[in-house]
Ligand binder design. Structure first.
Ligand SMILES: [Zn+2]
Length: 58
């Protein structure tokens, strides 16, 4: 087994697929009253499109 040197690193959860990712690797987006985190651009784009639809719809 490998020694883990960065076990203390903070992790966050992707807002779209709920995968846990290191905070340093997460994409961030500022929502109206919180900051959303994403594992990658795919999830980031899904989230932004969903947010646009929710704002446009009634
Ligand atoms: Zn994700």
């Amino acid at each position: 087994m490998n020694d883990v040197n960065k076990a203390e690193e903070e992790h966050v959860q992707c807002d779209v697929c709920l995968k846990e990712i290191p905070a340093s690797e997460a994409k961030n987006a500022e929502a109206s009253d919180y900051v959303a985190h994403f594992c990658g651009l795919d999830c980031y784009e899904k989230w932004t499109k969903k947010a646009e639809q929710e704002q446009a719809g009634g």
